[in-house]
Design a protein around this ligand. Structure first.
Ligand code: ZN
Length: 174
């Protein structure tokens, strides 16, 4: 495994519509493992292939939902890793929510973005087998952000406002 370089705006690969993946060979497996390592190192909770300069429809997401411990304190739950190839949002709730997003490809900027609260996705796993999943809240937001990357869309395109975060303002990066 190896770390890949995360590309940033205005790199044109971030504005391109990525190609569907049709071959599930060794190169793809290496890319997936490298993207997982790069996301963890960043650290981030999601990464799309165009963010490492590759215009293919592949995303990785790793996120732990917040949970309450026995004292009622909010803690980060166990992290779950998702690898999704050719992901497609097939259903989304009418209900939307606002949240603050940052992006590993747009350092030094965050924005308030409205996203669907609940979505359903379908796609392929790393072996090329069909997979489906439902996501809500932050996880749904991360997936919507990553699928946007595959279509050349970045969060400021959708944001109601963007700003430079202060030092104590920490966001999950995607
Ligand atoms: Zn991003």
């Amino acid at each position: 495994m190896a770390l890949r370089t995360i590309v940033t705006l205005p790199d044109p690969v971030l504005r391109r519509k990525a190609r569907p993946i049709t071959k599930f060979e060794k190169n793809l497996q290496t890319l997936i493992d490298d993207m997982i390592e790069t996301m963890r190192e960043a650290p981030g909770v999601g990464l799309a292939a165009p963010q490492v300069g590759i215009s293919d429809r592949l995303i990785v997401v790793e996120y732990g939902e917040d949970e309450e411990d026995e004292n009622g304190e909010i803690i980060e739950g166990p992290k779950k890793l998702y690898v999704m190839i050719n992901p497609e949002i097939v259903k989304f709730s009418e209900e939307k929510e606002l949240g603050v997003e940052g992006c590993l490809s747009i350092p030094g900027l965050v924005g308030e973005v409205e996203r669907h609260s609940t979505i359903q996705l379908k796609g392929l796993n790393r072996r090329g087998q069909p997979m489906k999943l439902k996501a809500e809240g932050w996880l749904a937001r991360i997936f919507q952000h990553e699928v946007d990357h595959l279509n050349g869309v970045v969060f400021p395109d959708r944001a109601t406002k963007v700003w430079k975060p202060s030092v104590d303002e920490e966001e999950d990066m995607v």
